[in-house]
Design a protein around this ligand. Structure first.
Ligand code: SAM
Length: 268
């Protein structure tokens, strides 16, 4: 690479660049971009995934925070008409400005681990625009996303993401695939927003409230943790056993509790 376009990985931007061609190929095959599709890549870095995504013929918008990477990316992809770069913070990015029709945007990214959870929550607010998402995340986060009720991984992240999306843990990636190698294992996850929500809440903000409160103290019974929001009678009326702990409840039960709260305290 030309001297002028050399870049040193920055820790504060969570930069671990993919260099394993086999893994890059596997990720691209999982994404399966096609001409005519519209993709958004979060954190393209030096373009490890970007190159293959552009090669698919799809329209590709990328959002990169690190200003120093902008000239590198612009130089590298100067001949691609289907490439558009936005410099800025993906957490503040307005997805509406891409002008994509509902359920069409494919979102991808080898995400900086420090922003992965807030970014997923930010994206869920635009779930109606999104067809699917493929992310490289810390393996433990993928395990939490894909978890079912009954175990220690089941919590706020699993419930709020599964409210909106079907989750698939696709495959794991070891530290050696990156430069510099991270200290943790990684995994690729696919999130597909539901066309029709399987368990719609009357007010999703109340679901968020109930789930947050319930898992604040996950060792306690629901009767105890939800005391400030619902009394024992209301919990029973929602068809939930108040002596259970939050991790024993499935999504449908949390939605019933949230709906009870909405009945009692309609939000403005
Ligand atoms: N996609 C590249 C790869 O696979 O080699 C880079 C992945 S690296 C783990 C994460 C990338 O996200 C870095 O390029 C970093 O600068 C960028 N980034 C970090 N925080 C960001 C943010 N808030 N918004 C957009 N990009 C961000």
């Amino acid at each position: 690479m030309n001297e002028q376009y050399q870049h040193r990985a920055r820790k504060r931007f969570g930069q671990n660049f993919l260099h394993d061609a086999g893994i890059i190929d596997r990720i691209l095959r999982a994404i399966n971009a096609k001409p005519g599709e519209h993709l958004l890549e979060i954190g393209p870095g030096q373009g490890a995934l970007t190159e293959g995504l552009l090669g698919s013929g799809a329209q590709l918008d990328v959002v990169e925070l690190d200003k120093d990477l902008v000239p590198i990316l612009e130089h590298k992809f100067r001949d691609s008409d289907n490439f558009r770069l936005h410099q800025g913070d993906a957490l503040k990015f307005d997805f509406n400005k891409l002008g994509t029709p509902p359920r069409s945007l494919k979102v991808v990214g080898n995400l900086p681990y420090n922003i992965s959870t807030p970014l997923i929550f930010h994206l869920l607010q635009h779930a109606h625009l999104i067809r699917d998402m493929h992310f490289m995340l810390q393996k433990e986060v993928v395990e939490r996303l894909a978890a079912g009720p009954g175990g220690g991984d089941w919590g706020r992240l699993s419930i709020m993401v599964q409210y909106h999306c079907r989750v698939e843990h696709l495959f794991n990636v070891g530290p050696g695939a990156f430069n510099p190698p991270p200290k943790v294992d990684s995994a690729i996850v696919r999130l597909v927003p539901h066309e029709v929500l399987p368990h719609p809440a009357k007010d999703p903000r109340q679901l968020e409230r109930i789930v947050r409160e319930a898992f604040n103290q996950r060792r306690k019974t629901l009767r105890n943790t939800l005391k400030g929001l619902l009394d024992s009678q209301a919990i029973e009326a929602a068809g939930v056993d108040g002596s259970l702990r939050p991790e024993q409840l499935d999504l449908a039960a949390f939605v019933r509790l949230a709906d009870k709260l909405t009945e009692q305290q309609p939000a403005s």
